[in-house]
Write a protein that binds this ligand. Structure first.
Ligand code: C2E
Ligand code: CA
Ligand code: CA
Length: 361
């Protein structure tokens, strides 16, 4: 059509160029029309088929811009609509480039960390857990920390996500496991022989064929018995690949590593399936701890989760415990272990060692 051309770009990607328009809205309207067209069912060989399309729009206003750059910008715009299935059309904005730049920097830093060229930006912090039954410290959770010179501290939620998308997660996780091994060794050398460390494991790691063998090799290379490790797997990982993941969990448990189901209560609806899962512990999501109200016990369903988990023989850890009142509620309802700022924030390795030395003196 006049002023509108359609190009095939790669397998399932197309480029539409509209070289004359008065208002931005015309671009949105054209996009909506294209999407409406793709939504209509198509009959082929007796079946109905449905297509799906999403459109990233880049406005080129007079300036010279390379084809590569404008395609990258369109892609970048599309990557910004994730999580919003209704937003099938999105305009590129300059701020998006800032985000891309940040992601590239983080990616570069992760590469340097994995490659051993950067030994200062990355570390693990360790948050102690409190055993409510006898007041002792029940191991630590390892939490990854990244601090970059120009960006400051970067949340693990952000850099783990980047590591997963850039296929760096396996190497990064090996690095994390080694650091965790070093901490266990330091704990045991300081006389805290019963202490274990919990390491967070992402779903993508679990799905990898050589994950179990890899894990075994790393821990064995430190000469530490497997029982001093616990792996935390988030509940949402089970939504897809349930059978496969559960089979992996069985293999990890067979090695002697404990398994705990993290963020429990937020994703995996079928409680009846919990008993067939190869896990030792459920970690209730922080959300439930926050909802403990004190006056009215019934306002929180945490006590139901605790008694249900106990019925099927699982240990219960409550996360995000920040107040005395929350701790009292949990203790009175039989929760086994708590973790949260009330007892201690995640601490650098040295401070974690000091903390446990003081606590056991
Ligand atoms: P998570 O596994 O649920 O970890 C608990 C988060 O809650 C941590 O945030 C911790 O610092 C924070 N937290 C602990 N106690 C309290 C409290 O009393 N109140 C509040 N408001 N927060 C508390 P962080 O360290 O930012 O980690 C966020 C998430 O990033 C973790 O959630 C975990 O999913 C992921 N993550 C962290 N380290 C790793 C890692 O080494 N590998 C992988 N795959 N994921 C990691
Ligand atoms: Ca965790
Ligand atoms: Ca959690």
């Amino acid at each position: 059509r006049a002023h509108e051309s359609l190009f095939s770009y790669s397998d399932d990607r197309f480029v539409v160029i509209k070289d004359h328009y008065e208002q931005k809205e015309e671009l949105a309207t054209l996009s909506e029309r294209i999407i409406a067209t793709t939504k209509a069912p198509m009959s082929f060989a007796g079946d109905h088929h449905y297509l799906y399309a999403e459109i990233g729009i880049v406005e080129v206003k007079g300036e010279r811009i390379s084809v590569d750059t404008s395609l990258q910008q369109a892609n970048l715009a599309l990557s910004h609509r994730k999580g919003d299935p209704d937003a099938a059309v999105i305009f590129f904005k300059d701020e998006m480039e800032g985000i891309l730049l940040r992601q590239r920097k983080i990616k570069r830093a992760l590469r340097a960390i994995i490659g051993g060229k950067d030994t200062t930006s990355f570390s693990l912090h360790f948050q102690p857990k409190l055993n409510l039954l006898d007041g002792s410290i029940y191991g630590f959770e390892a939490l990854a920390r990244l601090r970059m010179e120009d960006l400051g501290p970067v949340s693990p939620l952000e850099f783990i996500d980047i590591a997963e998308r850039e296929l760096l997660i396996h190497d990064l996780s090996r690095h994390i496991l080694r650091l965790a091994c070093e901490f266990v060794r330091a704990l045991h050398q300081a006389g805290h022989e019963s202490q274990s460390v919990a390491v967070n494991i992402s779903g993508i790691q679990l799905l990898r064929d050589d994950f179990v063998e890899d894990t075994k090799q790393i821990i064995e290379s430190y000469g530490i018995p497997m029982r001093y490790f616990e792996f935390e797997i988030t509940e949402s990982v089970l939504l897809e690949n349930y059978e496969l993941i559960n089979e992996k969990l069985a293999r990890i448990k067979n090695l002697g590593i404990q398994i705990s189901l993290d963020d429990f209560g937020t994703g995996f609806s079928s409680l009846s399936r919990l008993s067939e899962l190869h896990i030792d512990t459920v970690k209730t999501d922080r959300y439930f701890t926050k909802n403990i109200s004190g006056e009215d016990d019934d306002a929180s369903i945490l006590h139901d989760i605790i008694s249900m988990a106990h019925k099927i023989g699982k240990t219960v850890v409550a996360e995000g415990v920040e107040t005395d009142m929350q701790m009292r509620y949990l203790a009175s309802h039989g929760c086994d272990i708590i973790q949260g700022y009330l007892f201690s924030k995640p601490l650098p390795q040295r401070d974690a060692l000091d903390f446990i030395t003081k606590a056991t003196r």
